[in-house]
Design a protein around this ligand. Structure first.
Ligand code: Z5A
Length: 211
């Protein structure tokens, strides 16, 4: 059982920014303090949502129309929220998700066919508008994220990671705009430093939630 109120944290940023590394480090740090933690990721997190993940991230760029892509991410999130995140929060646990709705807002609006409001509408319909208590956007210079993405152990980029650098630059611009517009929930974090330094910064920036 959790200690007190369940809290929901999401980690966001570009490919190779260190989200998975920090999600694990945060889970460890919180468990050391006696909190029960559910560590999860998007797209995915449940058996059915992971099936949608495979559909989305494998294959050629033209496999999905951008509207279908946005709907599939929202469908994966609907499963994730209903079957894993909401139940864990109800048990009083901390949920740490490696990506959540802000990725949907940052990535699936880049070509201009869908707006931020469209993505938020999908999130309202699919997931009852569940929002994290705190979101960290890990910000690193392009050359650092490229080096880290190349160094990670799971092989090449996925269907979306393979998009060109202009696309990924626009994604980061969207993330930074979201941080500027939601200063209370979303914190932009300099993640170019050593992993333990980044973890300490994250812990400091959520100490207000540890009541
Ligand atoms: N996507 C989307 O379009 N819409 C949505 O709604 C959602 C997602 C939810 C899959 O995401 C794709 O889905 C993604 C966005 C899209 N495609 N792109 N881009 P994902 O989260 O599964 O994949 P990813 O972002 O490509 O994850 P990643 O490359 O695994 O990155 P990461 O988790 O941020 O990095 P990491 O694995 O923690 O670290 C990478 C390497 O760097 C590794 O060797 C670490 O040991 C090293 N590292 C980490 N931190 C440091 C520091 N601080 N110093 C030095 N080295 C470090």
């Amino acid at each position: 059982m959790g200690r007190g109120v369940g809290r929901f944290i999401s980690l966001e940023g570009g490919e190779g920014a260190g989200k998975s590394t920090q999600a694990k480090a945060l889970a460890f740090a919180l468990e050391s303090k006696g909190f029960a933690v559910t560590l999860t990721r998007e797209p995915g997190g449940t058996t059915s949502a992971e099936i949608i993940r495979d559909l989305l991230l494998s294959g050629a760029e033209e496999k999905w129309h951008i509207r279908t892509e946005a709907l599939l991410f929202a469908a994966s999130r609907a499963e994730h929220c209903a079957k894993l995140i909401r139940p864990a929060l109800a048990r009083g646990e901390w949920v740490i998700s490696d990506r959540f709705v802000d990725s949907n807002r940052a990535y699936q609006t880049v070509n201009g066919e869908l707006t931020d409001d469209d993505i938020l509408d999908l999130h309202r319909i699919g997931s009852g508008n569940l929002m994290p208590d705190r979101t960290f956007i890990l910000d690193v210079p392009e050359e650092v994220s490229a080096k880290r993405a190349a160094a990670r152990d799971r092989g090449g980029s996925d269907r979306i990671g393979r998009r060109n650098s202009e696309y990924h630059r626009a994604v980061m611009t969207n993330f930074r705009k979201m941080a500027a517009n939601s200063r209370e929930r979303i914190k932009l974090i300099d993640a170019a430093q050593a992993p333990n330094v980044v973890t300490e910064t994250l812990m400091k920036n959520m100490s207000d939630l540890m009541v």
